[in-house]
Design a protein around this ligand. Sequence first.
Ligand code: PRP
Ligand code: URA
Length: 210
Amino acid sequence: MSKVVVIDHPLIQHKLSLIRDENTGTKDFRQLLDEIAMLMAYEVTRDFPLKDVKVTTPIETADCKMVANKQVAIVPILRAGLGMVDGFTRIIPNAKIGHIGLYRDPETLEPVEYYCKLPVDVQERDLLVVDPMLATGGSASAAITFLKKRGCNKTIKLVNLVGCPEGIERIQKDHPDVDIYVAAVDRCLNDHGYIVPGLGDAGDRIFGTK
Ligand code: PRP
Ligand code: URA
């Protein structure tokens, strides 16, 4: 069974409260999401392996550590996942970026795929799939299935800003090998598949489309 890590650092909780507020406009929403993503990236990378290196300081040669040659790709689920990419690449600047385009059919709530472009060596990379919202879990589950079908069999982590019990259960059932990182687990879904209390439609709030 995959683990669920709730990253509830005080700064993240503070920024998450601001981002939930219906009065937070597009510019601030985007900036807050970017900042939270960067803080989450810090925690998501906590288990990155280190290698020993020697560093010559102005005083002497010191035994130090550096991140071992970790091959990472960040995979935002379009559209809303794009809002988390810059925060992640600030912490992992050498990461490649793949894009998966999915939207949730408003009637069936089933994910519909419309775009995919991945790094050529995606099979050799650990993947961080990012999307602010984990609602029914349909989109994230479909994205991960798609990546596995493309031969990705290294570590896949799913990183969401807000999750809920339904979405977490879905991922744990479909992908027990994928750990889930969230800033909050909200109460439930409403009849339209929105997370309650949530923050509304993340894509619309990032891009100002409603
Ligand atoms: C939102 C969100 C997730 C999905 C979550 O995207 O960004 O991708 O819904 O819902 P689920 O867990 O029930 O699948 P949406 O379909 O609204 O598309 P958008 O990012 O283009 O706005
Ligand atoms: N997608 C969103 O953007 N918000 C939700 O609450 C659920 C799905």
